[in-house]
Design a protein around this ligand. Structure first.
Ligand code: SF4
Ligand code: SF4
Length: 268
């Protein structure tokens, strides 16, 4: 569902039925106290690995525990890729919504939570070039924010929501998905077992740090995230080679995938 929704958005942007806007464009919006939290009900909040990491850190728990407690895990059969979504927000009021409608984890709310009513879609070309498309998300009838007279440029809105780091790190993950699906033809060989093998790299930095003895003093959590994304690419390339796909197709590697992953995580 989430994957087809993203595809739909890209198609609408492509055919012009969803108008693209420019970072310098102005729009009118302001979050209103009167409807605080109406938008945090029965909604799909897709979380990427960076969202999970900073939310889990903020709550002082491991990535796995956060996943078990707050997320729904899904293997998308079309893309052959795992996804996680905030489970409570889908089934009613988000578990992080306080009684007065404010967000309990506001400083670390997800990328998607922080930019409404502006959306951003990223597209990678065959050669890996990235382009971003910005658009106004479909208006929610109950949202009083649209009645405000406060105006912003999209740039100002993104700066206020402090999205820059989220976008940069989230795009690293999108790039891995793009690489796997286009260069490695992962849809031809990926399956639920392979996806489960990827889970520590995606959502379990604590487990990996524990196993490899890498402290945060040695490698910051942001750098470790970058290493995890790099390691993911390396091991997916090795797996694809075993199935006869990707740049190393046909090559035989000595050593285990675990060793390959360790090498990247330890040395960067
Ligand atoms: S103004 Fe809109 S975005 Fe803000 S809390 Fe109300 S419903 Fe949500
Ligand atoms: S995480 Fe916060 S902003 Fe996002 S849906 Fe939940 S309460 Fe709303």
């Amino acid at each position: 569902m989430t994957y087809s929704y993203k595809q739909e958005l890209l198609e609408q942007l492509e055919n012009g039925s969803l108008p693209e806007i420019d970072p310098s464009n102005r729009f009118t919006f302001e979050c209103k106290n009167q409807c605080m939290g109406r938008c945090c009900n029965s909604i799909t909040i897709l979380l990427d690995p960076w969202d999970v990491e900073i939310m889990a850190r903020h709550l002082g728990m491991s990535g796995q525990k956060f996943l078990a407690q707050y997320c729904k895990y899904e293997f998308n059969n079309q893309l052959k890729w795992p996804y996680v979504r905030l489970k409570h927000a889908e089934d009613g009021p988000c578990i992080f919504m306080l009684e007065d409608g404010r967000c309990e984890i506001y400083p670390v709310r997800s990328r998607n939570c922080r930019t409404y009513p502006i959306g951003r879609a990223v597209r990678f070309e065959q050669d890996g070039t990235k382009s971003e498309r910005i658009f106004v998300v479909e208006k929610m009838g109950f949202c009083l924010g649209h009645k405000s007279e406060k105006t912003w440029t999209v740039e100002e809105w993104f700066a206020d929501a402090q999205c820059e780091k989220f976008y940069e790190l989230s795009d690293l993950y999108l790039e891995v998905i793009h690489y796997a699906t286009t260069q490695l033809n992962s849809q031809a060989w990926s399956n639920e077992n392979i996806a489960r093998m990827m889970l520590p790299l995606l959502y379990g930095p604590d487990v990996l740090r524990g196993k490899l003895g890498i402290s945060e003093e040695e490698v910051s959590h942001e750098d470790f995230y970058r290493r995890r994304m790099k390691a993911l690419k390396v091991i997916l390339t090795d797996i694809a080679a075993g199935f006869g796909f990707g740049p190393n197709a046909g090559e035989v590697f000595s050593g285990s995938l675990m060793e390959r992953m360790k090498e990247v995580l330890v040395t960067g």
